[in-house]
Design a protein around this ligand. Structure first.
Ligand SMILES: [Mn+2]
Length: 237
């Protein structure tokens, strides 16, 4: 059987306009039995639609902050770098992918873009906009290969099917976070401070967003491995 092809959204360095890809995404997909196709940052909707027809699923990767105008807010002083080109490309790709009912995995920024694209919004900066009695280090002080906080897993969710159905350990490298969930999305996992760490769309072939970085954990963590495997398996259907 042919391997499924996953279309990946590229990183965009707005300082020098370089487009790049973190190899850990490709390695994780390869280990789960999929091929990676890095999509262009600059493409018309027509061209993206043609390229999408080559893909059985899509991975929305991590990256910089989405433009706050996308959900009707001013830019907060602690908002980080923004790529307007990348925002546009990903929102166009999301609508194409969902029209074709193809599996979608969003990681970190990718999860936030799924929520924004479907009508939700995000905190532009957790530290400035979200109060907690015990603030968790969502920008963790240790290397991404090590988990730094827990996520409480909701019963009867896709997340629960990836491994432990009560609590998992995740890494954390985000200063923004999902605020209001888009209509239809459910939170499958929440950190102990209440920050939503996983979203999924029931009644869709596979649409999952995770706030952590499983591409740094899959070699040692079975939940991260099972997440990539479930995504790739969904792309075979
Ligand atoms: Mn986190």
């Amino acid at each position: 059987m042919k391997k499924p092809v996953i279309g990946l959204t590229p990183s965009h360095n707005t300082e020098n306009d370089d487009v790049s890809m973190r190899p850990t995404y490709i390695r994780a997909l390869e280990a789960a039995g999929a091929l990676s196709l890095i999509l262009p940052l600059e493409a018309s909707k027509e061209d993206l639609t043609q390229l999408s027809s080559l893909c059985q699923g899509f991975l929305f990767t991590g990256g910089p902050d989405p433009h706050p105008f996308l959900w009707g807010e001013e830019t907060h002083k602690n908002c980080g770098p923004i790529s307007v080109k990348r925002d546009q490309m990903e929102l166009t790709l999301l609508s194409i992918a969902m029209e074709q009912k193809k599996p979608i995995l969003g990681i970190c920024r990718g999860a936030q873009m799924l929520n924004i694209g479907l009508g939700g919004d995000i905190y532009q900066d957790i530290d400035s906009q979200y109060r907690s009695a015990f603030p968790i280090a969502h920008t963790q002080p240790l290397h991404y290969r090590h988990p730094s906080h827990h996520v409480d897993v909701k019963k009867n969710t896709l997340l629960a099917s990836f491994g432990d159905d009560t609590s998992i350990q995740v890494n954390s490298c985000h200063h923004q976070a999902i605020r209001n969930l888009a209509p239809g999305l459910i939170p499958g996992g929440v950190a102990s401070d209440g920050i939503v760490e996983e979203i999924e769309l029931p009644d869709y072939p596979f649409l999952v967003g995770v706030q952590w970085h499983p591409e740094y954990l899959w070699e040692t963590d079975s939940c991260a491995r099972n997440l990539f495997q479930a995504f790739v398996d969904a792309c075979k259907k």
